[in-house]
Design a protein around this ligand. Structure first.
Ligand code: MG
Length: 390
């Protein structure tokens, strides 16, 4: 292996993926270095990470928190900055080669585009980036030496299944879904669930946004769109299969009928370790998967009637252009409203569908169009939220 350390910028270092990425960096100090850390609002946690990992630079997204961050790190030779512009700039630094995009939601798009322009290796953990800007990112990647290694467990699994294969001989991608906490509820019971119920995921420990998205299966819809762009396959060649044990992380079926699967414990350290170590497999000190503990692994079809957001994701990919951007923006408003108890869980698909109906789709959007449509869709969803009952 290259003896030079991989120099890593983590965008969103205080979140769930960010802290687990730092666990991996701490596990292999000879291989990796945390060179830049950024966070949205958790200034104390960011300062504590900086004290431990001694990056060259830290950025806090909210400008009003910069002075506190400076005060906390006064005795250390670490560059401090703030604001979304600084986050975009930090990914272009000469002293980093890898960017882990672990921030939440649409905010991942701009810095990811900048990192591609500067030929950085991207460990992609922010799925909204590809959902919103997949078409644009695909175009930009063709003109760049940058590569994307997926961190999402399903896409890491698909990436691993395709290693050493001719991807033209792949017949189908099979995305596994845990089904979330509401898999066994009836449509009527779904009308009664609360935000607290939605925040309890059976297998994975994650941030609030992705946990809600898992409960509504919007997360699986986004992952479908993500897989479409990462692996260049149409929606008709992507199948979602509910696998409640979350042990098979995803599969690829080839044209000879064979299916390859990647299995592991449901722990994000595994795909993060793979993405940072690639093409090496780094030995893990964490407990290995013990199949005998599980006894059986089960698979079933998803219920698109009960989880309409999953169906809307399939439709958005076929509609193309700005449809996935509108879907994502409306969903971000719906999830925020659920967390603030301004909408019922069962009302979210209606809000998203109404927003999609209200905004015309633009084909082949450039960056400026995505920015404008995102803002328009968010405003529309917010207006619908206050004027209608969901
Ligand atoms: Mg996932």
């Amino acid at each position: 292996m290259n003896t030079e350390k991989r120099k890593i910028a983590i965008l969103g270092s205080t979140g769930s993926i960010g802290t687990q990425t730092l666990d991996i960096i701490a596990e292999y100090p000879d291989l990796f270095e945390a060179t830049v850390l950024t966070a949205r609002t958790q200034v104390d946690a960011l300062a504590a990470q900086a004290r431990k990992f001694r990056p060259h630079m830290v950025v806090i997204a909210q400008p009003e928190l910069e002075s506190r961050l400076r005060a906390l790190l006064r005795d250390l030779p670490i560059e401090v900055a703030s604001g979304p512009e600084a986050i975009e700039r930090c990914v272009t630094r000469e002293d980093i080669d890898t960017v882990v995009t672990a921030m939440v939601g649409y905010s991942g798009l701009a810095p990811t585009l900048r990192a591609i322009d500067h030929d950085k290796l991207i460990a992609l953990a922010n799925k909204e980036t590809l959902v919103v800007g997949g078409e644009l990112i695909e175009r930009k990647l063709r003109e760049s030496r940058s590569h994307i290694i997926p961190v999402d467990s399903e896409h890491s699994a698909i990436f691993q299944c395709l290693e050493g294969e001719d991807s033209r001989l792949a017949h189908k991608i099979i995305l596994t879904a845990s089904g979330g906490p509401f898999r066994t509820l009836s449509k009527e019971q779904l009308n009664e669930v609360t935000v607290e119920d939605a925040l309890r995921h059976p297998n994975w420990s994650m941030g609030a946004k992705v946990t809600i998205d898992s409960a509504s299966m919007m997360n699986k819809g986004f992952e479908m769109i993500e897989a479409h762009w990462l692996f260049g396959c149409p929606s008709g060649q992507i199948e979602v299969v509910v696998h409640p044990q979350s042990i098979v992380h995803s599969m690829v079926q080839f044209k000879d009928g064979s299916i390859k699967a990647q299995l592991g414990v449901p722990d994000m350290h595994l795909p993060i370790r793979y993405a940072l170590g690639y093409p090496q497999r780094l030995p893990s000190t964490q407990p290995y998967l013990q199949l005998k503990q599980y006894g059986k692994l089960t698979f079933e079809a998803p219920d698109m009637e009960k989880f309409p957001l999953l169906r809307m994701a399939f439709e958005a990919i076929d509609a193309g252009g700005t449809a996935p951007c509108i879907l994502n923006a409306a969903n971000e408003i719906a999830v925020a409203a659920l967390l603030e108890k301004r909408i019922q869980f069962a009302g979210m698909p209606g809000l998203v569908a109404a927003t999609l109906d209200a905004i015309p789709i633009t084909a082949k959007p450039d960056y400026e169009t995505l920015i404008a449509v995102n803002a328009e869709a968010r405003a529309k969803a917010s207006a619908l939220l206050s004027s209608l009952q969901f």
